[in-house]
Design a protein around this ligand. Structure first.
Ligand SMILES: [Zn+2]
Length: 71
């Protein structure tokens, strides 16, 4: 059922699931905002964010929040 859902969502390919993406998103955004190579630290994340509109949106708003928080 999980796999079927994933296929329906079109998120096949990247090895990250939405759950894993969500679990790493905080860390990923912090690295990104601090100028560290977030893609190297969390492999597969970029591909998932590009392939998954829900996580992509979550990423955008979290990044805006983190970036705005510091500035
Ligand atoms: Zn996702």
């Amino acid at each position: 059922m999980d796999e079927r859902l994933r296929r329906l969502l079109g998120a096949s390919g990247p090895e990250l699931t939405c759950d894993e993406c969500f679990a790493e998103l905080d860390r990923y955004v912090e690295l990104e905002v601090s100028g560290t190579d977030a893609d190297a630290a969390v492999p597969g994340m970029r591909a998932h964010l590009e392939g998954c509109p829900a996580c992509g949106e979550e990423h955008e708003s979290l990044r805006a929040l983190v970036a705005g928080d510091d500035a």
